[in-house]
Write a protein that binds this ligand. Structure first.
Ligand SMILES: Nc1ncnc2c1ncn2[C@@H]1O[C@H](COP(=O)(O)OP(=O)(O)OP(=O)(O)O)[C@@H](O)[C@H]1O
Ligand SMILES: [Mg+2]
Length: 242
């Protein structure tokens, strides 16, 4: 089976010498969830942005077997690669509905309306507030809107950067429950960056450990089932002495 996403020797530099990501390679199968785990500054966001075409990078990025590393970000969105940034970045002075429209800017009117209904169905918390300015939403509702806006683009691959950031545990659970539901209903693949390991393990099929810009290890969900195995992997790959 062809991978949905295949990245090979991906490197990201900020300026001439600061290397944030060093020759990272991994792939994501259709409909699977791959998590990137690493300390602050390890390069997780840089990898996601490079895949989405939002920052320059070196190396190969193949999507459905086709090279996309030269394609501009907009074209990657059209192909189905959608990045949901950390910190939400919704447009506060637009309404919830307008934010969703923005996410599906490249769709036809009827398709867009269909997807807005789908997203509001998925997140009833924001459906009640569709005509309100987005800044009036709570933090959790803003996160739902950010994910909903990402889903508007009809993604095949969702790049989710810390969806639980700043959310109360109950809301984190709710957001992850919705993500599980979306996964079950569609063939959506996800690259997930998340500090909440328990939630990550509920959703993901595979975890890659990232340290100072390099991939240092990999485990399947099965291999991390036991608490002790999880602890061991974290210490081996992310611990100070590793
Ligand atoms: N715009 C930028 N200019 C210069 N350096 C940057 C820039 N963005 C990130 N970096 C550096 O690149 C490295 C990787 O950053 P990145 O944001 O990818 O890490 P991260 O794993 O997402 O961290 P966090 O968990 O804190 O979000 C860090 O050393 C960071 O300081
Ligand atoms: Mg980050």
């Amino acid at each position: 089976m062809t991978d949905l996403l295949n990245i090979s020797n991906l490197s990201v530099f900020y300026g001439a010498t600061a290397q944030a990501v060093e020759k990272v390679s991994f792939s994501v199968g259709p409909g699977s969830v791959v998590a990137l785990l690493g300390a602050n500054g390890a390069g997780k966001t840089s990898i996601m942005k490079a895949i989405a075409g939002l920052i320059p990078a070196r190396g190969q990025i193949r999507f459905e077997g086709e090279p996309v590393e030269a394609a501009p970000a907009r074209e990657r969105v059209r192909k189905g690669i959608v990045y949901v940034p950390e910190g939400r970045e919704i447009v506060g002075n637009m309404t919830v509905r307008e934010n969703l429209v923005l996410g599906g800017y490249h769709l036809s009117g009827s398709r867009r309306r269909q997807r807005i209904d789908m997203v509001l169905d998925l997140f009833p918390e924001i459906a009640d507030k569709a005509e309100r300015s987005a800044w009036r939403l709570s933090g959790g509702e803003q996160q739902m809107l950010a994910i909903g806006r990402g889903l508007m683009a009809a993604p095949r691959l969702l790049l989710l950067d810390e969806p639980s950031l700043g959310l109360a545990p109950l809301l984190v659970r709710r957001v992850f429950d919705r993500l599980s539901a979306i996964r079950k209903e569609s063939d959506l693949a996800i690259v997930l960056v998340e500090q909440n390991l328990a939630m990550t393990m509920r959703l993901c099929d595979e975890v890659h450990f990232l340290r100072a810009g390099r991939l240092v290890g990999q485990r399947t969900r099965e291999e991390l089932k036991e608490d002790s195995a999880r602890q061991e992997a974290i210490e081996a790959y992310l611990g100070a002495s590793a």
